[in-house]
Design a protein around this ligand. Structure first.
Ligand code: URA
Length: 298
């Protein structure tokens, strides 16, 4: 059945197989997949515990449960083929909070891999934010972008359209992207939470912790060279650090295989335009990492 799959579909399938395999849920794909692909997959795909040993897969300690998470994920993979529902759920949680970077998806398979994450989110009711939302705001832009922006959460315009950064703050972000010499469709944009917090409040820790693992998986699929955290909420969830923005700006942080730069949220820049100069200095760090020159500067 799967022998004639195109490359993108095959990459997406392999990603999903790895995900289930690393949770110990191997029976799903064993029954469903062409034996030739299965054999190739099982001989070529590193397991989570092998990835943990690989030096090129950088590990970032995001939370205090990182060790337990890895133990749970690799323990399940090593010893069991079918889990009870409770075990599967707790392994799934462990997988989500794992600091390990997911295996790389070939560029041609990234759109399909993002689609799989979107499907897994489904009509989400995992946290209370679903009660007030109109549309889930998953992400927007190029699945192979070299530059990705992460904001806090959708506002009213985004909630209505299902697209991140389309309101006033979005217009400023579009201008910032253009000033960097890029088009919006060349970058990828997502948020810490995918549903609008009531009254645009900051997401509660439980909401951010429930939703951000999907963001991490989007980052792992897109694999941007440079990631820009817009504002304190994005910086806190990405870096796992509650430091004030001032202590995080102005330098490059290593994060999940990307170069992370922290800057002000465009909504803050709309309220205090004097800080635009500082934000531009941050974006220039990003441009340097990407080898970009401002438009008109050769
Ligand atoms: N602010 C955000 O953080 N994200 C959006 O998508 C829009 C406004």
């Amino acid at each position: 059945m799967a022998r004639h799959l195109d490359l993108a579909t095959r990459d997406a399938l392999v990603l999903r197989m790895r995900f289930y395999r690393d949770l110990g849920l191997t029976e799903f794909y064993r029954r469903a997949v062409d034996p030739a692909i299965l054999e190739q997959f099982e001989s070529a795909s590193p397991r989570l515990e092998e990835q943990a040993a690989a030096p090129e897969l950088q590990e970032v300690s995001l939370d205090n449960h990182a060790h337990e998470a890895r133990q749970a994920a690799s323990g399940n993979a090593a010893t069991q083929s079918i889990l009870s529902a409770e075990e599967a759920m707790s392994a799934r949680k462990a997988q989500f909070s794992s600091p390990l970077i997911a295996p790389e998806v070939a560029p041609a398979g990234r759109a399909a891999a993002l689609e799989i994450i979107r499907e897994e989110i489904g009509e989400c009711t995992r946290c209370a934010l679903h009660k007030g939302r109109n549309k889930i705001v998953f992400g927007d832009g190029s699945p192979t972008a070299r530059l990705m922006f992460v904001g806090e959460g959708p506002g009213a315009d985004e909630d209505a359209q299902g697209i991140p950064f389309v309101g006033r703050a979005g217009q400023l972000l579009n201008n910032m992207i253009a000033a960097m010499g890029l088009r919006r469709d060349e970058v990828y944009i997502a948020n810490v939470v995918k549903c609008r917090p009531p009254g645009n409040r900051t997401p509660e820790p439980e909401e951010g912790a429930t939703c951000s693992p999907f963001l991490f998986r989007q980052i792992d699929v897109v694999r941007p060279q440079v990631l820009v955290a817009l504002g304190a909420t994005a910086a806190t969830y990405l870096l796992g650090s509650r430091q004030p923005l001032a202590g995080l700006r102005g330098r490059v942080h290593a994060f999940r295989g990307t170069q992370l730069i922290v800057t002000y949220h465009p909504a803050y820049l709309l309220r205090d335009p004097r800080q635009k100069k500082e934000a531009w200095a941050d974006l220039q760090i990003a441009m340097k990492e990407l080898g970009l020159k401002p438009p008109g500067k050769g």
